[in-house]
Design a binder for this molecule. Structure first.
Ligand SMILES: [Zn+2]
Length: 146
């Protein structure tokens, strides 16, 4: 779970998941995990980004008011807030994606019967370290295969 906060793969901890700041690789270079499991998968990342932005805004707004009170430079304060709320989601964007993958792998994958659980992946590779990994996860029964 913590791996999501360092922009690493939630399953194997591999880094280098981003080609550019906004461009995430499709599959993990370490464990071949395909990140975008379905179309619109990263809507969850967007939700995380928005929630994080709201929290940051609340903290910055209240903290700024407390620090500056009673002589709050209203115009400058508003500009600072606008800059912060523009810059934060951009800077946080790749983190929101890996955090979402971590949340997905921690909780939501258990709802998907076609998914191979991380524990099973880890156990299999730990038990048989010499043999190549087993057959790739079944994606044939998925709803779509673009
Ligand atoms: Zn991985």
């Amino acid at each position: 779970m913590a791996r999501g906060f360092t922009r690493r793969c939630a399953r194997c901890g591999s880094g280098h998941l981003f080609v550019r700041w906004f461009t995430m690789v499709e599959d993990c270079p370490g464990c071949d995990l395909h990140f975008e499991r379905e179309h619109g998968y990263f809507a969850g990342a967007l939700a995380i980004n928005i929630m994080a932005a709201i929290i940051v805004f609340a903290v910055a707004f209240l903290g700024g008011l407390l620090l500056l009170w009673p002589d709050v430079p209203v115009a400058g304060f508003m500009v600072a807030m606008i800059v912060l709320m523009t810059a934060f989601p951009i800077g946080f964007y790749p983190f929101s994606k890996t955090i979402w993958v971590a949340v997905d792998r921690a909780f939501l994958q258990r709802l998907d019967s076609t998914e191979t659980l991380d524990e099973q992946v880890g156990r299999r590779s730990a038990a048989t370290p010499v043999t190549p990994p087993g057959p790739p996860r079944s994606r044939a029964s998925g709803p779509s295969s673009e």
